[in-house]
Design a binder for this molecule. Structure first.
Ligand SMILES: [Cu+2]
Length: 201
């Protein structure tokens, strides 16, 4: 598995801050070094928040509503281009319809429901549980320095709270499983490869 090493950014900039080229040793106290490190790393954190992994847009929606959302892929795998995106729909998503993308093959995996339901007067006995987009050729690969969005519509679960949507991003080299969920609470903070979060309210 290949995750982009965001902690590397931290290390690099911290090291740079700790090497005051024009000042002799002892010219800056430890407090000044820490301050310099914070100043230098702050823009990195902002950048990371902006490119932010594989995330859902919009990230919040009313429980039980009809939702249109996109998984946004913000970067490749450690610099490698992306050619496949697989999205797993959690239990309770109904009538999921993926949006085709020019240049990408689209497929879905369905399962038989244990408890069929009725929608628009029709009995629904199976449900889409996975959507897969695959680039048809190298021309369509999603470069590491670009982003793209993979969209679907669905009726959302009735219960408020966070739902986590695992995404597998496959690249020319490597793969990222965006599948981590917090042990408790709704925040993905501190997780290296969090699943995409949809906050239902
Ligand atoms: Cu990221």
């Amino acid at each position: 598995m290949h995750a982009p090493d965001h902690s590397g950014l931290w290390k690099q900039s911290t090291q740079r801050a700790r090497r005051p080229a024009t000042l002799g040793p002892g010219a800056l106290g430890p407090g000044a070094l820490v301050l310099a490190a914070l100043v230098l790393t702050a823009p990195m954190l902002t950048l990371h928040a902006a490119h932010a992994h594989a995330v859902l847009d919009p990230p919040r929606a009313p429980a039980g509503s009809h939702y249109k959302g996109s998984i946004r892929i913000g970067h490749g795998c450690d610099g490698a281009a992306t050619w496949r995106v697989a999205v797993t729909l959690p239990r309770g998503f109904q009538g999921t319809r993926p949006q085709p993308k020019p240049g990408w093959d689209l497929s879905t995996r369905r399962v038989k429901l244990e408890e069929p339901y009725t929608s628009h007067g029709k009995r629904v006995t199976e449900e889409v549980v996975e959507i897969v987009w695959e680039a048809r050729g190298r021309e369509q690969f999603l470069r590491d320095d670009h982003f793209d969005e993979f969209s679907f519509t669905a009726r959302l679960p009735e219960q408020a709270g966070a739902v986590w949507i695992p995404v597998t991003q496959t690249c020319e080299v490597g793969e990222i499983q965006w599948s981590q969920v917090p042990a408790s609470g709704d925040s993905p903070r501190g997780l290296k490869t969090p699943a995409a979060r949809l906050q239902l309210f």
